[in-house]
Design a protein around this ligand. Structure first.
Ligand SMILES: [Zn+2]
Length: 261
């Protein structure tokens, strides 16, 4: 490939808090070291020290405490720059720079596209690394699920997830929480005839029995099995008795059922 192609980022995903995931990305050549959100100080510092990495950036997805808890302590320890959603700038501790939908960032030669994914919170953003084929969706898109709608509404969240679904199929999706087992148990109630989903649900039971992470997932796998990306699917619409509804209406109904599940 061309000489300008950036190095592959080393990716370290680790569990923290109750059911969060932290992720550290590292380019040893340029020294770029990014924490995707900062859920908890100690596990992040453990990874950084074990790999001898000096943190240079935190990319914040949204203002919830379990995503920003370690912003200020990591900034004090490493002097890292904190980039976060423009629409939540007043609620992101230590924020240095804002990012909004459609922005393109360049950090040490690595391109990052900011995708507005509102609904869970109004300013929620995802960070897409096109050269790495990775997106960090935090609490917007989960494996077999999506974030609870705290600040937006159904059509807004549906639009946000459609932006993510439009990424290339092979894109790896990292999310903020290990909720996949509960999501799978719900998903089969919405899409009970989907063989790909049924097979995946079984596989997830086994993975979680051994404590293996179910993330990252891919856009392709989510489009085939995640009911929140499948509002247009004829079998789901039939099952819900919503054949004449809009995709956003079907999505909103699925989200409401999940809230009651
Ligand atoms: Zn959240």
């Amino acid at each position: 490939m061309s000489e300008g192609k950036p190095a592959r980022l080393k990716t370290f995903q680790f569990p923290c808090r109750e059911d969060n995931y932290g992720v550290v990305l590292h380019d040893p050549e340029s020294g770029l070291a990014i924490s995707i959100d900062a859920p908890e100080e100690e596990p992040i510092i453990d990874v950084l020290e074990a790999k001898r990495i000096k943190l240079t950036h935190i990319l914040t997805t949204h203002h919830h405490g379990d995503h920003v808890a370690a912003n200020e302590s990591l900034k004090a320890a490493y002097g890292c720059e904190i980039i976060g959603p423009a629409d939540e700038r007043d609620r992101i501790p230590g924020i240095d720079r804002v990012a909004g939908h459609g922005d393109s960032l360049e950090l040490n030669g690595h391109r990052i596209e900011v995708i507005g994914t509102p609904g869970h919170t109004l300013g929620h953003v995802a960070y897409y690394f096109p050269d790495q084929g990775m997106v960090f969706a935090a609490d917007s898109l989960f494996a077999l699920g999506c974030g609870r709608i705290f600040e937006g509404d159904g059509p807004m969240m549906h639009m946000a997830l459609q932006r993510l679904a439009a990424l290339p199929d092979a894109t790896k999706v990292y999310a903020g929480h290990e909720y996949t087992l509960a999501n799978a148990r719900f998903a089969v109630t919405i899409d009970p005839e989907n063989d790909a989903l049924l097979a995946r649900a079984k596989e997830i039971e086994l993975l979680r029995d051994e404590g293996t992470p179910t993330l990252p997932t891919t856009i392709e796998l989510e489009k085939k099995t995640n009911p929140f990306l499948r509002a247009a699917d004829p079998a789901i619409r039939e099952h819900l008795g919503m054949t004449g509804a809009t995709d956003a209406e079907v999505f909103t109904e699925i989200r409401a059922r999940k809230d009651r599940f």
